[in-house]
Design a protein around this ligand. Structure first.
Ligand code: UDP
Ligand code: MG
Length: 316
């Protein structure tokens, strides 16, 4: 099978975006046509329940030369949708962006210009981010944790408007990663990463697909994939706790011998006990997060299942 190489692959994960796709097509295709370079756009339909599937099929019929559609049988999440696109890209440069127009397609030429300068991983830094205060605060907190626990250095890890050289994308695919965070994984594989400011817009239509639960899971993926530091910090904390508890036992034992039986101390003890139990529960949960991910890999379960692919013959 000979795969003809092309210049640019754009990968777009799509989940229940029927209200956004027509506007996305109207802005994305002209930008890419205007580059006068060969390109393809790979949309991964991540198990949408709305009219996304039909709209994507319609677009494929309209522009079969440059449009490819990967259909998942169910919802596997944004990063797995991008991964499925990465496995099939033909472009020398790969660009990712969201389908809800929060990432303006007009920024793509700026990302490509940086790749031309010799960078192999170009991240966007969202200027004047148009998300809720809560989302911005969560990002700040996770940024802080990620920066202190891992060696990944980036300003805006959550921005999906990014460009990668093909080499980095091939590395991501070869890693076989599940439960990962693609911008961070790309950074860890890049030789010369950089960031540029990009505009950020409000979601064109609909609401964010990230529920609080999905957001927590995603951020756990980010931290646990790249470091086991939380486990090590927990052990150190547990050691400090046991040292303090030992001291407490010595103090209480001495008081019992010197002063005799005392009342009231029992509540302090309960307080300490409840605190330590809650710490234990957090630790068990933490171990569970790592265990669960290890189990998934050991079990070798499929990361996602593709029900079918729409692409014209010359794509294969
Ligand atoms: N997305 C996806 N699968 C999901 C959730 C989201 O493919 O399970 C896509 C979604 O269609 C969009 C991008 O990932 O193109 C970002 O999602 P969203 O806008 O909901 O996230 P936010 O901007 O709130 O972080
Ligand atoms: Mg969005």
């Amino acid at each position: 099978m000979t795969r003809s190489r092309i210049d640019i692959s754009v990968v777009v994960p799509v989940y229940n975006e029927q209200g956004n796709l027509p506007a996305l097509f109207a802005r994305l295709y002209p930008v890419l046509d205007g580059l006068r370079r060969s390109y393809e756009i790979i949309f991964t339909n991540d198990g949408s329940a709305d009219g996304t599937r039909e709209i994507l099929a319609g677009q494929h019929a309209l522009r079969p030369d440059v449009t490819r559609v990967i259909e998942f049988n169910a919802n596997y999440g944004q990063h797995m949708a991008v991964m499925a696109g990465f496995e099939r890209v033909r472009g020398e440069v790969v660009v990712t962006l969201d389908a809800d127009l929060q990432n303006p397609p007009e920024e793509i030429p700026n990302l490509l210009a940086k790749i031309e300068e010799g960078y192999d991983c170009v991240g966007g830094m969202r200027q004047d981010r148009q998300d809720s205060l809560f989302r911005r605060r969560v990002s700040q907190a996770v940024n802080l944790v990620r920066a202190s626990l891992t060696s990944i250095r980036m300003t805006d890890q959550g921005c999906m408007l990014r460009a990668y050289s093909r080499n980095v994308v091939d590395g991501i695919v070869r890693s076989g990663a599940t439960n990962t965070f693609i911008p961070a994984l790309a950074y860890s594989l890049a030789r010369k990463p950089t960031e540029i400011p990009v505009a950020h817009e409000e979601r064109h239509a609909g609401t964010s697909n990230y529920s609080l639960y999905k957001l927590i899971r995603l951020n756990f993926d980010l931290i646990t994939y790249f470091t086991t530091a939380p486990l090590q910090l927990f052990t150190i904390f547990a050691m400090a706790c046991s040292a303090c508890s030992f001291l407490l036992v010595v103090v209480l034992g001495t008081r019992r011998l010197v002063i005799g039986p005392e009342e009231g101390g029992i509540f302090t003890l309960f307080g300490i006990l409840f605190f330590l139990i809650s710490v234990c529960m957090v630790g068990i949960g933490l171990i569970g997060e790592y265990m669960g991910r290890t189990y998934q890999v050991v079990r070798g379960n499929t990361r996602y299942h593709i029900s079918h692919i729409l692409e014209s013959q010359n794509h294969e």
